[in-house]
Design a protein. Structure first.
Length: 116
C-alpha cells in the first residue's frame, strides 16, 4: 500500500518532470529549422506545474495537520489509560471498604445479640 510520503514524492517527481519537458521542448524548438510553431501546450504544462506545486503545498500542510492530530490522539490515549488505572484503583478501594463495613456490621449485630 502506498504511503502518504510516496504520494508526495510522486507529486514532486511529476513537477520536476513537467519542468524538464518544458525545458526540453524549448531546446528542441531552438534546434529545429524552419518555421516555429506556437504551441499552447507549454502554457498548459506551466499551469499543470503550478497546480502540482499547489497540491504539494496542500499535501504538506495536510501531513502536518495529520501529525498534530496523531500526537493529540496519542496524548488522549495516554490520559485515558491513566484514568482507567485510577478508576480501577478506586473500585478496589471501595470494594475493600465495603467488605470491611459489612464485616463490622455483622460483628456489631452478633455483639448486640449476645448482649441482649
Amino acid at each position: 500500500m502506498m504511503g502518504f510520503d510516496d504520494i508526495l514524492t510522486a507529486i514532486a517527481w511529476g513537477g520536476k518532470l513537467s519542468r524538464a519537458v518544458v525545458s526540453l521542448k524549448k531546446h528542441i524548438d531552438a534546434l529545429r529549422s524552419g518555421a516555429t510553431f506556437e504551441y499552447s501546450q507549454p502554457s498548459a504544462i506551466d499551469a499543470l506545474d503550478r497546480r502540482t506545486a499547489d497540491l504539494e503545498l496542500l499535501a504538506s500542510r495536510q501531513a502536518a495537520r495529520i501529525n498534530a492530530l496523531e500526537t493529540g490522539l496519542e496524548d488522549a490515549s495516554a490520559v485515558t489509560d491513566a484514568l482507567a488505572h485510577r478508576v480501577g484503583m478506586i473500585f478496589w478501594i471501595a470494594l475493600i471498604g465495603g467488605t470491611i463495613a459489612l464485616i463490622a456490621l455483622v460483628l456489631s449485630i452478633v455483639a448486640i445479640a449476645h448482649a441482649g
